[in-house]
Design a protein around this ligand. Structure first.
Ligand SMILES: NC(=O)c1ccc[n+]([C@@H]2O[C@H](COP(=O)([O-])OP(=O)(O)OC[C@H]3O[C@@H](n4cnc5c(N)ncnc54)[C@H](OP(=O)(O)O)[C@@H]3O)[C@@H](O)[C@H]2O)c1
Length: 195
């Protein structure tokens, strides 16, 4: 029994999967994604996301990302629009934020490592999706917990905005595993090696 448990834990990988501008921004300075939705075919690329989500057991995001979803989807009035109903979702914030009715959202703050076992166990042997933002992904990187970076690069550049991953990782840590064209997006998958 304990062998099964440890092999299940071993299988869980932590994946940062996101869209990004060509020059490494997740959002503009006003936290807008209008540049992303303006890309021709952006909606069908979003549909492809379904198969990725099937492998995800829990997800993690920071408060700016959560508040963006709350506002964009008008979740207080339409809680059914939360797309991850049955997936345990961890939101990091030092503040008290509104919950979404019927959603399994767990608010946490402080050291990521203190919440890690709960996040991993909640994934039930499937993978953990780190939604963003960049510094939270950096916290996973700092703790040696990030296994994969999967970016869909949009044909967009911005002067400034929210950084994709504000950490220094060089080629001894990142290995390009695959490249795929999805319409106007280039999907790049990198494995992350331990420091
Ligand atoms: N392009 C895409 O597909 C994509 C994907 C993801 C996100 N985004 C966008 O990118 C932007 C990212 O925003 P962001 O860079 O501000 O990052 P974020 O991770 O969404 O939010 C950062 C905030 O989370 C809280 N937080 C983070 N770690 C914490 C910890 N360990 N303990 C307690 N609180 C913690 C802090 O705020 P408080 O403590 O004040 O709450 C922090 O300021 C958003 O606009 C989002 O919508 C885009």
């Amino acid at each position: 029994m304990s062998d099964v448990t440890s092999s299940v834990k071993f299988m869980t990988r932590v994946i940062f999967n996101t869209a990004t501008t060509l020059n490494g921004f997740l959002a503009d300075d006003e936290d807008s994604l209008s540049w992303l939705f303006a890309v021709p075919g952006a909606e069908s690329a979003e549909n492809d996301f379904g198969s990725f989500l099937e492998g995800i057991g829990s997800l993690v995001m920071g408060s700016t990302t959560y508040e963006w979803i709350l506002e964009h989807e008008k979740l207080p009035e339409h809680p059914d629009r939360w797309a991850y109903a049955s997936t345990p979702s961890f939101v990091f914030s030092s503040r008290t934020l509104p919950a979404v009715e019927g959603a399994d959202i767990r608010f946490r703050s402080g050291e990521l490592t203190a919440a890690w076992e709960e996040i991993r166990d909640a994934a039930g042997g499937r993978d953990v999706w780190v939604v963003g933002g960049g510094d939270l992904v950096g916290q996973f990187t700092d703790a040696g917990l990030l296994d994969e970076i999967r970016v869909s690069v949009a044909p967009v550049t911005l002067v400034s905005g929210r950084a994709l991953l504000p950490r220094r990782l060089e080629s001894d840590r990142l290995r390009l595993e695959s490249v795929r064209q999805a319409g106007q997006f280039a999907e790049l998958v990198y494995s992350v090696r331990p420091a």
